[in-house]
Design a protein around this ligand. Sequence first.
Ligand code: G3P
Length: 214
Amino acid sequence: MKLFLDTANVDYVAEIAEWGVLDGVTTNPSLVAKEGKDFKQTVLGMCKHVSCVSAQVTATDAKGMIKQGEEYASWHKHVVVKVPMTTEGLKALKYFRSKGIKTNTTLVFSVSQAILAAKAGANIISPFIGRLDDASEDGMGLIAEIMEAWSNYKFDCEVLVASTRHPRHIVDAARLGAHICTIPYDVFKKLPMHPLTDSGVKKFLEDWEKVKKG
Ligand code: G3P
C-alpha cells in the first residue's frame, strides 16, 4: 500500500519523507490557498522528496484542463495532473492518457464515477471518504464496493482513499486492498504512536541504566 501526504506544505513533506515511508503527495486548491505560497514552487519543492505529486487543474472545460495540465506536467516528471470527476474531466483524462501524462481523478463519490474515470484513462481515482461520512453516508463502504468492482477487471488505475480523517481509515483501507491512502499531516503523525511502545522504550532504558551501574 502506498502512503501519500495530503498537504501543500513542503516542510511537512520533507519531515515525513525522512521517515522513509512516504510515496507521494496530494495537493488541492484549498490546501494551496491555506499555505499562501507560490503553487509552482510548492509543487517543485515537493517533487524533490517524492516521485508522485498531484497538482490540480482549476479550469472547468476540457480545453482549459488540458492547457493547465500540460503546463504542470512540463514542470517536473513527478507531477501527476489532478482532474475533477466531470464529463469535461473525462475528456481531458482521455487526452492525457494518449499523451502519457499521469492523472489522478478527484472528487469521486460513487462506483459509477470510478468506473468512468478508469475507462477514460485515469491512472488514479480519489474517492473522498470523510466527506461521505460527513453527509451520513458510508465512505469506507464505497471503497469496499470499488475494490470489489476492481477485482472483476484489470483496470490500469489505482484506488486512492482520500479525505481520510483518522488512523483507523488507513487500517480499514489497507484491509480492503486499496492501493493508496492520502493522509493529512496531523493524522500521519499519529500513525507511529502507541503508548505501549513509549512505556516499553522507557522501561528498557531504565533497566539498561541498572546494567551499566553493575
Ligand atoms: O486531497 C483531497 C482530500 O483528501 C480532501 O480532504 O478533508 O478536505 O475532505 P478533506
